[in-house]
Structures are given as C-alpha cells and as structure tokens.
Design a protein around this ligand. Sequence first.
Ligand SMILES: Cc1ncc(COP(=O)(O)O)c(C=O)c1O
Length: 622
Amino acid sequence: MEGGWEGTGDPLPTSPRRVRGRGGADQAAGAETQARRPSARPGPPALSAAPSHLERGQPGVSARGRPRRPTLAVRRPAHTPRSALALPRGRGRSASGSSWPSPRASLIPTSESCRVLTFLPGLSRVMALRAGDHSQVAMNGLKEKVLTLDTMNPCVRRVEYAVRGPIVLRALELEQELRQGVKKPFTEVIRANIGDAQAMGQKPITFLRQVLALCVHPDLLNSPDFPEDAKRKAERILQACGGHSLGAYSVSSGIQLIREDVASYIERRDGGIPADPNNIYLSTGASDAILTVLKLLVAGEGPTRTGVLIPIPQYPLYSAALAELNAVQVDYYLDEERAWALDVAELRRALCQARDHCCPRALCIINPGNPTGQVQARECIEAVIRFAFEERLFLMADEVYQDNVYAEGSQFHSFKKVLTEMGPPYATQQELASFHSVSKGYMGECGFRGGYVEVVNLDAAVQQQMQKLLSVRLCPPVPGQVLLSMVVSPPAPSDPSFAQFQAERQAVLAELAAKAKLTEQVFNEAPGIRCNPVQGAMYSFPRVQLPPRAVQRAQELGLAPDMFFCMRLLEETGICVVPGSGFGQREGTYHFRMTILPPMEKLRPLLEKLSQFHAKFTREYS
Ligand SMILES: Cc1ncc(COP(=O)(O)O)c(C=O)c1O
C-alpha cells in the first residue's frame, strides 16, 4: 500500500517531475559547454511557498523544535548543484551502439520537484537560504553577492560525493530526532554507509596510539606505562621532526625517515623489489595523493582534454575529482556476473569510445575494490599493465585495501611488484602511481589523514613539478605521518609489543573476514538480493530486484529507484546504506553499498532486518 511519509508508506507525496538526461561519456563535455555559456543559465530562481511538510502530515516543527520554514519551490534552477540521489542522467553510447548508464545520478530540482527537496533536509535548507538571500537583496537594496551559484566555479558545482550525500544528511537528522525523543520504528541509526571502522566501534591498535601519544606529549617518555619499543620508536621519530616536535611543519614530501620506512615496507611487501624513498610522497590520506596525481595529468581543451578511465562501480572520489579538475570521466564496467572482474576487452571498448571526444591518458584501478570487494588475480593485473603500456596510459593503482583480503585463494598483488616482475619494457617504462593509506586495513585510522603515493617511471621533470605542487601545501599532517610510520614499521617479533600488536591486528582482520562471509551468506539467502563474494576491502555491493511499480513510483518522485529504496530503508529501519547510483551501475540494475564494519553482534540482525525490509518493500509494490 502506498501511503504517507512516516511508517510504511512512500517517503514523499506524489510529485510529477522532469528529469534531464544527457549522454554518459559525453556528460562532462556537455556539462562544460553548458558551464561556459553563461547566457544559457537562467537568472535567480522564481520562488514560491509549498507547505509540503504539513501536506504530508509531518508536524510543522523542525528537529530543533522551531517552526519549520515553508519549503520553497524553485523554478528552473539549472545552476543548482546536482545531487547524487536521483535518476541516472541519461545514457552514453558504447562502441557497439548499445547504451550505458551514467555512473552519476542527479536530481535537477524543478518546480515540479520542489517537494522532493523537502525530502532532503540539507538541500532544502540551502535552497531556503538562497531564497532568503534574494528576498533580502530586494528588500534592503543590498548588492548581490560576488560569489553566487551562478558565478562560482562550475566544476565545483558539478562535484558529487554519494558516500556523504543526502541520505547521510537525513540519517543525521534522524539521529537528532531520536535524541529529542521523537518516536521512530527503530531506536538507533546504524551507519553502514562509510568505511570508517573506528566510528563503528573498532578499537585502535594499542601500539600505534602509544607511539603517537609519546610523540605528541614527549614527557610521557618518562612514564613506566609505555613499553620500551614504543618509546624507542617515538624518540626516533621525534629526532627526525623539526625542533623534535610534532608541532613543526615537515618537508613537503613528508619526513625523510618515514619515507625511508615506507620504502622498506614496500620492499618487504614486494618480496625484495627495491623501492626508492625519493619516489615516495607522504600525503593527507590517499585522497590527497590521488588528487595530486590527477592534477598532473589533466590538460588540454575540447577533444584533447584528458580522459581518465575509472571502474564502474567506482569510489566516488574519482568522479568528484575529475569533475573538479574538468577532466573527462571514461567509464569501464566491472563484470558483476564474474564477481566484479575487470575485463581488458571492456577497457578497450571504453578507451576506443572515449577517443572520439577526449584524450584518454590515465587508467585507474581500485584493488581490492570499493564498492565491489573484488581482489584482482595476478594474470588480470598483468593484462591490465600490458594494455596500459600498449595504449600509452598512465596507471593509477589505488591499493588502500591491500591488508583487507579475506577470501580463500585471493591474494593481494601490488601493481608495482607485478610490473617489476614483468621485466622490460614494462618494468622500465610503464608509468605508475600507487596509493596507500592508514584509513583502512586493520588500523582504520581515518581521522589522522595519513597516506602515501609511490611513483614509478615518472618523468624526472614532472617529478620536480609534483614536488613544487606539494610544497605549496606545506606538508601533510605530521601526526598522520607518524601513524603511517607505525603501519609500515610495526613491532618486530623480538620487540616487547609484538605479541599484543599481532593479536590485535589478527583479531580485527579475522572479524572482518567473518563479517564479509556472513554478509554474503545472509544476503544470498534473501529472495531478490544477490551478493557477490566480498573477497576484500570493507563493503558489499548487493544487487536488489525492485518491482516495476516501485521503479515507477521512484520515477514519479524524481528519485533514482535505489535511492528511493535506501531512503525508505533508512526511514523505516534506521539502516543507512548508500544507493548504487552514487557509484555507477549498469542501467536497469539496482544496488546499494553496505559496509561490513558494524560490530558482529549488530551485523547479523542488521542484515536480516535489511533482507526483511526488502521482502516487505517488494510485496508493497507488487
Ligand atoms: C578506494 C579508496 N581510495 C581512497 C580512499 C581515500 O582514503 P583516505 O582516507 O586515505 O583519503 C578511500 C576511502 O574510503 C577508498 O575507498
């Protein structure tokens, strides 16, 4: 039965709306054309009040207990940033002439969709504030702001990041409402939307924090409460810091000693293949390093603009960074039927198609995969390297989940190792940047923002330019560098901290492995849900069947069907997951991404609740 906002009904009242579509591969080019034609943009949006909260029977008060502002209907605000919640933005065409979905999804608010905006509290508030600005300008005769949505950087407007998108804003509101005693069909919001292990209760590894504490507050070096090896590590690091303090800037590429530690780690990891500390740059998480390398790659105009091949489904840092840099996103699809395998024929298809309108220069690989959880076989990596070499593509290997491999028979192989072992000309010529982070693995230290990139076969002059670019931002956070140093040089077997470190590390990884298995198992028992094995990383990306009536209903509401499903799931169960449309998926398929991070005692009930909700949702719309 379709009904009201709360309980089991639709989250939204019926609201016919327009959805704009545009070609997938041409998308960025099209958007640029639009952005460069200021005259094509409409003026300030026309506004009208639409008391939709009251219409749908919500109390007319905000979560803070204040009266709600009436929701504003906005006409033709084509300049309003797209959100990652709604219908896929049309199709591109494959080399074979078939059509592909856009990996991005969007909601273009129109007058018809004004009520949809009330569904997205954050977005509707922004719209309301804009409306307030305009009326104030009119009333007070104030000058219009220099920086408005119309005049700001259009590339920034195009950026979308589903992992922290509207569904998460709504989750935050629900949490606040629960704290205020508002009755809900659940008692807590479970955030299974983001790969933030410690936020889900994972304990920090003791040794990492001990060394960090000692470095931050060296007086503790006199305390008997810290093991000797932690003290030795801390003293060694402090010696390498300016003024022996973590409060000093480091050199821009990161503390030399830690770069050397990273090089030794890579050598150990890769079975003795040498790594040069001068090719290693510490970063503010892997994100920062990925953005830096993309910045070096992006050039050209029109058909010579840099194209970057990214997997679909993808981790939306890539689409966001490419939008920000005004590069062309070139999608290659992972094969869901083969456990999200990467197929070189598909890479070739994507490349050939892209060459019609841009200059593809880089190929990004995420291994182990986010959101798809696959771990690439060595032969596949070799094939990708050969392809990149033949097609003159710069390789970007995102290897932040290198410690997160669970499936029997799966093993992490670094691109650097495989490349080197393939010998010349690959080993000596193929350009590669590989990324790692302290945010994932067994440590989950996302908040410290530590990471690094190793570059291989990079042109020496470009490397100097990279050094220059990094120096503008002074340095990555020094506490993050210290954490990285612990990750790459943990206690040795002879050290007093070894046993505890090893036990804690193993416990985290063993629990993640068990949760990966459980997730796959419970989802695959549910009719209408199909989940590939979670071989690695921290996510499942199950495919859900949505009945045609639910899809139609979502379309009427101006939402991507999987966003509709996920929003209803959140409203009715408190489970927060991210719709597949935020990562990209084949047209007509629907997914969501759920982390495997909730504690074991919560994970099974959560998986069961989610499966039951899917069954109920299916019945409701059948
Ligand atoms: C595939 C992938 N790359 C990069 C990152 C960014 O990690 P960091 O926290 O190191 O910036 C993430 C974070 O979730 C990720 O999943």
